[in-house]
Every structure is written in structure tokens, then in C-alpha cells.
Design a protein around this ligand. Structure first.
Ligand code: C5P
Length: 237
């Protein structure tokens, strides 16, 4: 399989076409962005760490029966993925209050959310990813009612697998964002990535932040902490 021209350049990853019309290459760059791209820095080794971390987590999810876009690692910073027709919404599950939920509703950071919350956001940088609900998604034709139901079901299935995985490593999975796409057979498949860039992880005892909040809040040791997260899960980076 050969890498061809660039298809799309996101804030942290670049997507390339390949000579196989069903496959793409994801290139994880060192770029780290926050606040809709207002803060951007290059962090040494971040592309490699996220590429390998994503492969590790997606493999765990596949083993648990959740279909993902990922096919294989092809270099330190690149993976081959199946081409999907991406649904332009972000699916967020929250087990503990943090981030935009705290700002929006004035609840206390750290409040346990039982049952966990589910939120949809429209992927639109210019509009700052506004929150939307099932009706917006169906009415504007971003996904069907059945696809909305499936995205929720899969996002909660991921929660069961990953809450337990991070718990074993002494971490709390506070919240996370997933994106889905549709394959050529019409199946909803987990796409994009799962890395500490797109979730919140707290140390179970100290409540230290072990995710992209370290970058957002200028806490330092961003990549070093991602490597520690991987290490606690049994992945040496
Ligand atoms: O900012 P907010 O609290 O809504 O984020 C919820 C979760 O979704 C966090 O783990 C955050 O890292 C992730 N997220 C993301 N990409 C976005 C928005 C949120 O990965 N564009």
C-alpha cells in the first residue's frame, strides 16, 4: 500500500489517501492545540506517543467487540485506517464533572455523575463546536435516528471497557470524546482517535491531571505524563 496526496489536515493529525481506495493513512503530528486552535505548540514525541497509544486502546476495544477504523501501525507516527464517511458530531460521555460542563452548569468539578452524562457537539471550529441534540442531528441530516442510537450505544460500550482499563492503572476516566463514521456496508464504526488529547484522566489517589488539561492549563510535562499513562496500562513508549 502506498501513501498518496493529503486529503485533510486537522489540528493534530494529517489524513492521506492511499493507492487503496478503502484505506487512509493517519499521520499523528507533534502539534498540540487547545481553545479552538488559539494555543498551538509542538511537543517533542507527541505524534509518536499518540499514534502508539491510539493503536493500543483501539486494539483493546476491538478485543471487546467494538469495531474501529484502525487497521495497523505502519511507522512510529502513522497508522492505516479504513476509509469512513465521518458523521460531523462529537460524542462525549462524562463520568465526573469537569471542563465545559462545569463552566456551563456551574456544578462542582469532581462531582460524580451517576448515571454518566452523554452530550453531542457539532464539529464546527468557526461556531466553537456548539452542543446539539438528537433532533438537530436528525433534522439537519447529519445522521439517522438509528445511527444516533448506535453512536450512543457504542460510546457507552467504550465507557465500560475503558473505565475498567484505566481503573486497573490507578486512573479515573473522567470524560472523553469519540467520533464515528459509516463504512461501505453502512455500519457505524468508531473512528478518529482515543488518546489523552481527547479524554480526561485523573490519578485515583492524588487526582493529578494526566491528559490534555496539562497543556490547556500550562501544567507542564504533557508528553511525559501521557507516557506514564501508557506505562500504567502496560504499554512501554
Ligand atoms: O471541553 P469539554 O469538557 O466539553 O470536553 C469533554 C471531553 O471531550 C474532554 O475529554 C475533551 O478533551 C474532549 N474533547 C475533544 N475535542 C473537542 C472537544 C472536547 O477531544 N473538540
Amino acid at each position: 500500500m502506498e501513501k498518496r496526496e493529503e486529503l485533510y489536515r486537522g489540528k493534530a493529525k494529517t489524513v492521506y489517501l492511499t493507492d487503496d481506495s478503502d484505506k487512509l493513512v493517519l499521520y499523528f503530528r507533534n502539534d498540540t492545540s487547545a481553545f479552538d486552535g488559539e494555543k498551538i505548540e509542538q511537543l517533542d514525541r507527541k505524534g509518536e506517543v499518540n499514534n502508539k497509544f491510539n493503536h493500543f486502546i483501539m486494539t483493546k476495544l476491538e478485543e471487546a467487540g467494538i469495531a474501529t477504523q484502525l487497521e495497523s501501525l505502519i511507522s512510529d507516527t502513522e497508522s492505516v485506517v479504513k476509509k469512513l464517511d465521518m458523521i460531523p458530531v462529537e460524542c462525549v460521555v462524562r463520568n465526573v464533572a469537569a471542563g465545559s460542563l462545569v463552566r456551563r452548569l456551574g456544578v462542582e468539578e469532581g462531582k460524580l455523575l451517576d448515571p454518566p452524562l452523554f452530550e453531542f457537539f457539532l464539529k464546527n471550529d468557526a461556531l466553537h463546536d456548539p452542543m446539539v441534540n438528537d433532533y438537530h442531528i436528525e433534522s439537519f441530516g447529519w445522521a439517522t435516528k438509528a445511527q444516533v442510537a448506535r453512536m450512543k450505544e457504542l460510546t457507552f460500550a467504550v465507557n465500560d471497557v475503558l473505565k475498567a482499563l484505566f481503573d486497573e492503572g490507578g486512573m479515573i476516566l473522567v470524560d472523553y470524546k469519540l467520533e464515528f463514521g459509516v463504512d461501505s456496508d453502512g455500519n457505524i464504526i468508531l473512528g478518529d482517535e482515543f488518546t489523552p488529547d481527547g479524554c480526561r484522566l485523573w490519578d485515583k489517589t492524588t487526582r493529578n491531571k494526566m491528559d490534555k488539561d496539562r497543556f490547556r492549563q500550562g501544567l507542564g510535562s504533557v508528553v511525559e505524563t501521557y507516557i506514564e499513562v501508557a506505562d500504567r496500562l502496560g504499554l512501554k513508549l
